[in-house]
Structures are given as structure tokens and as C-alpha cells.
Design a protein around this ligand. Structure first.
Ligand code: FMN
Length: 180
């Protein structure tokens, strides 16, 4: 697991190659296996594998441009009437999809939709809801773009880790890593 976490980077450039349906199936299983508050498992997911639909979503907001060029994406939907902690549930599912993609040799990137604007008049969520026919009671937390990487990013390293952010028993007490 730590190897996956060190290797995982946000990948925004993808090869033209399609993602095998079996790999998409595995990502869907990963999404549905995500833990959720009170075990409600109420999240819904949309698999996008039509490049025309993906390109249509690229102008949703700044930072979504790479949807044009991605081979697939998964949209994460939640109903706030069902769970007051839907943001946490949706974020966990997104993270699990992101890490599973890495484990399958796929590149992926989190595209934040909730709380982002498409324009002065329209939120990114409204734009995505309209483009995909999503019922208005469902909120869109994020879209995870997917594809085989066409950019090479260095993995994170042990030296990147800031152990000063970690406390032990009392706030301000240093956590001494066992390797030191
Ligand atoms: C909550 C969240 C929102 C993000 N939103 C976007 C986004 O809208 N567009 C994008 O290209 N990257 C987005 N990212 C990816 C971050 O920019 C990226 O994780 C960060 O720069 C660190 O790089 P790394 O993922 O390669 O380690 C988001 C990441 C998180 C966790």
C-alpha cells in the first residue's frame, strides 16, 4: 500500500489508448467498496467512457481541461438528504478510486466540482448536472479523470514527508520516527 501511496501522482496527460473494460469494472468495485458513515453506502457513481461526453465536461471549470484527452472518468454523486457527512463519504470514495487506478497502472486526477464556479452565473456543479442529466437532489463532489499516463512524474519520496506535522500523545510533542 505504501508503494502505491508513494507512486501516486495527479496525472493530467493521457495516451490515446482506451482503458480495458475489466479495469473499469475493478474501479467500480473499488468505488462501491468504499466505507461510508453509518454504512449507508448511498453514493452514486457515473462512469464516463464516451470521449465526446468527457470533452463536453472539460470547460466545467478551471482545472477540468484535461477531461478532454482522458479515456474515462468517474463522477461521484451524493444525496445530502440521506447523509449529513456526504462530503466525507464522497471524498473517501474518490480517494479509493484514485489509489485503485494507481494500482492498475492507470493515471488519474481529482477534479474538484463542489464549491467551484463554471462562470459568474453558473456553478461547476450546475454545469455538470446539466451536461450529464443528473437529478438536482444529487450533489457532485468530484470527477476522477482516468487514462494511461503520457506524462512521467517522479514518485513522492520519504524525504518529502514533514514529520513536524505529527504529534505524539500531547500536541507539540514530537513524534520520533522509529528509523531515526
Ligand atoms: C480536494 C482536491 C481537489 C483537487 N482539485 C483539482 C482540480 O480541480 N484540478 C486538478 O487538475 N487537480 C486537482 N487536484 C489535484 C491536486 O492539485 C494535487 O493532488 C496536488 O497538486 C498534489 O500533487 P500530486 O497529486 O501529484 O501529489 C485536487 C486534489 C484534491 C485532493
Amino acid at each position: 500500500m505504501l508503494n502505491i501511496l508513494y507512486r501516486r501522482r495527479s496525472i493530467r496527460r493521457y495516451r490515446d489508448t482506451e482503458v480495458e473494460p475489466e479495469k473499469i469494472d475493478q474501479l467500480v468495485q473499488a468505488a462501491l467498496l468504499s466505507p461510508s458513515s453509518r454504512g449507508l453506502r448511498h453514493l452514486e457513481f457515473m462512469v464516463l467512457d464516451d470521449r465526446k461526453v468527457l470533452a463536453q465536461l472539460a470547460p466545467a471549470k478551471q482545472g477540468a481541461e484535461h477531461l478532454k484527452g482522458s479515456a474515462a472518468a468517474i463522477v461521484i454523486l451524493a444525496d445530502p438528504a440521506v447523509s449529513d457527512v456526504w462530503v466525507e463519504d464522497a471524498s473517501i470514495a474518490a480517494t479509493i478510486i484514485h489509489l485503485t487506478a494507481e494500482s492498475l497502472g492507470l493515471g488519474s486526477c481529482w477534479i474538484q466540482i463542489r464549491e467551484r464556479k463554471h462562470s459568474e452565473a453558473e456553478t461547476a456543479e450546475q454545469y455538470v448536472q446539466k451536461a450529464l442529466g443528473i437529478p438536482s437532489h444529487l450533489r457532485v463532489e468530484t470527477i476522477i479523470s482516468l487514462g494511461y499516463p503520457s506524462e512521467n512524474k517522479q514518485p513522492h519520496t520519504y524525504n518529502d514527508l514533514d514529520f513536524n506535522k505529527v504529534h505524539r500523545n500531547q500536541y507539540g510533542e514530537k513524534y520520533l520516527f522509529s528509523r531515526e
